[in-house]
Design a protein around this ligand. Structure first.
Ligand code: HEM
Length: 179
């Protein structure tokens, strides 16, 4: 893969295109209008997202992206699960090791991008959807992309960080959560 000569965002999008198709397909199995499916969907997201946000915090993401604390979605996700009677959190997974600024940028890219799909899904979800609707009315994505392009982050390192996120979401889809 060519990793120079184009915007970092396009490089990361190309590096994760196949993985995005897989997670998109995997999550499409959930019918968010059904409370049991919606709960299983949120639990799968929690298994992936919670340790990733912990890893970002430990890696000092807020030093790179000053409003990162406002971008975290773990509190919204936990609140939605509680309203669905699913308990405060799923079994905790070990946070991955996210080393170096480039990887942090890559992890941020994938997590901020994941928010975009949520907007579409929020329309079908029944019940509390703080998580899927998180960031509505904010300019999180365009502002993130400006910061990403200005970061000068190493594309290969950032791609590794982005792939790590997709791998966690793919893993969260296994074993199948639906009856
Ligand atoms: C739950 C099922 C998902 C659906 C239906 C979905 C859908 C979408 C859609 C419609 C967009 C384009 C939005 C736009 O351009 O305005 C998008 C972008 C994106 N999604 Fe997803 N997504 C899903 C899951 C995920 C997950 C789990 C991740 C991360 C692990 C992710 C990462 C991204 C990224 C990084 C982008 C931005 C790509 C770019 O640079 O243009 N998505 N998604």
């Amino acid at each position: 893969m060519r990793l120079t000569g184009q915007s970092l965002r396009l490089t990361l999008r190309a590096a994760t295109r196949d993985a995005h198709e897989r997670v998109d397909r995997g999550f499409a199995r959930f019918d968010l209008a059904r409370p049991d499916h919606y709960r299983a969907f949120l639990q799968a997201h929690a298994r992936a997202l919670l340790p990733l946000e912990t890893a970002l915090e430990e890696a000092g993401a807020q030093a790179l992206l000053p409003d990162w604390f406002e971008r975290r979605r773990a509190p919204a996700l936990i609140a939605d699960l509680q309203e669905l009677g699913a308990g405060p959190s799923p079994p905790p997974a070990e946070p991955p090791r996210v080393g170096g600024a480039a990887q942090v940028w890559g992890v941020l890219y994938a997590l901020e991008g994941a928010r975009l799909g949520g907007r579409v899904l929020a329309r079908t979800a029944r019940g509390s959807h703080r998580y899927l609707a998180h960031g509505e009315g904010r300019r999180f994505w365009p502002e993130f992309l400006s910061a990403l392009e200005a970061s000068g982050a190493d594309p290969a390192g950032a791609a590794a960080g982005a792939r790590l996120v997709f791998a966690r979401f793919e893993a969260a889809l296994e074993p199948p959560q639906l009856e």
